[in-house]
Design a protein. Structure first.
Length: 356
């Protein structure tokens, strides 16, 4: 038996076939464009100007609660439980529209499946990803970031990251960054490992990370160092309790610079059913060998206007000990926002966060 198609019927058949193929492809892959906008105002006391005189400052700011960003993520299902994915993420400032550095935050491709997941490219440090979940203020500028001068915010290039599936409540992660420097294996090399345990509302995590300088040394407590992090968290019906301890070491640092430090925090978050959330936390760092210490007291709240938009407000009081000059804005030591040594700072941040 033969089947004859007219030209019109053949075109309809081809069109129907293409539609079926298109539907099949779209069902197996996805591309998401997303972002967030954070804009607000801040008030800081004891801000040092270039002439050394201290004063109080009101200013507009972007990123007090979380850096404004936009990005793309893509996932393709290749069958049998395996997926290929990628992520591009860029930070920018709402106050002037300037990008910090195109896709410096994330630019990687990876794969996931029954074995877990891995990714290769420009990636967050394992300690940044790992302790973010355990910090009551999610590493706000007036939170943990102030006391470690952004030591927990690095991003690494040429990085391989692996995350295992969960087995009896445990999962592990591993990260390694290749330096690409001929003849110097340790130049700028980074490595880290993470172990997490979860049981009901309780979770605990341990992270070890090392970051080397261009000479392969641990020469700066806040830029090239070894860290051991231990964090715990309990999520109840209305309350979340979080506590941590971190040991930092830079044995190759100059004699007049801090080489060892202990820091940690304790915080409680209250989240009743409804739009309101309140957080409070105490952060403390102690630099050994007489290098000084500092304590940060935080109180904050958020109010959800919708699923994608919320208002936030945070008040923090930073108490600098002798021989220390930590800043509530987490700026480098030579920044004009860095307070004179030994002076305290009161900070107030408030703004609006919108996801799109």
């Amino acid at each position: 038996m033969s089947i004859k198609y007219t030209e019109t019927k053949l075109r309809r058949f081809i069109t129907l076939g293409l539609l079926c193929i298109s539907t099949s492809v779209s069902a197996q892959s996805s591309l998401t464009l997303w972002g967030r906008m954070d804009a607000g105002v801040q008030y800081l006391t004891n801000v040092a100007g270039q002439n050394g005189k201290r004063s109080n400052v009101w200013s507009a700011d972007s990123g007090d609660d979380g850096a404004s960003a936009w990005g793309m993520t893509g996932v393709e299902d290749i069958g049998n439980g395996y997926k290929v994915n990628f992520k591009l993420l860029d930070y920018f400032q709402v106050t002037n529209g300037v990008s910090w550095s195109p896709f410096w935050e994330n630019a990687y491709v990876g794969m996931s499946g029954p074995f877990g997941s891995f990714r290769v490219g420009q990636d967050d440090s394992i300690i940044k990803d790992g302790n973010y979940e355990f910090d009551p203020f999610s590493q706000q500028d007036i939170g943990l970031a102030s006391l470690v001068r952004n030591a927990n915010w690095p991003n690494f290039s040429n990085t391989f990251s692996y995350y295992s599936p969960t087995f009896k409540g445990f999962d592990v992660a591993f990260q390694y960054s290749l330096n690409g420097v001929p003849g110097n294996f340790n130049s700028g090399r980074t490595a880290g490992i993470q172990v997490t345990y979860r049981l009901g509302g309780f979770s605990a995590r341990t992270i070890y990370q090392e970051v080397r300088d261009a000479n392969g040394k641990f020469s700066d407590l806040y830029a090239a160092q070894k860290q051991v992090f231990v964090g715990t968290m309990y999520n109840g019906n209305y309350f979340r309790v979080q506590a941590s301890y971190t040991y930092m070491a830079a044995p190759d640092a100059p004699q007049n610079q801090p080489r060892y430090a202990d820091y940690g925090w304790f915080g409680v978050t209250y989240s009743p059913s409804g739009p309101f959330t309140a957080m409070t936390a105490v952060y403390h760092i102690h630099q050994r060998d007489g290098q000084g210490s500092a304590t940060l007291l935080n109180l904050g709240s958020t109010y959800s206007l919708s699923k994608r938009t919320y208002l936030y407000a945070t008040v923090g009081y930073l108490i600098n000990g002798r021989h220390t000059n930590f800043s509530a804005t987490a700026q480098p030591p030579d920044s004009p926002y860095n307070p004179p040594m030994g002076h305290n700072q009161l900070g107030f941040f408030s703004g609006i966060m919108h996801y799109f």
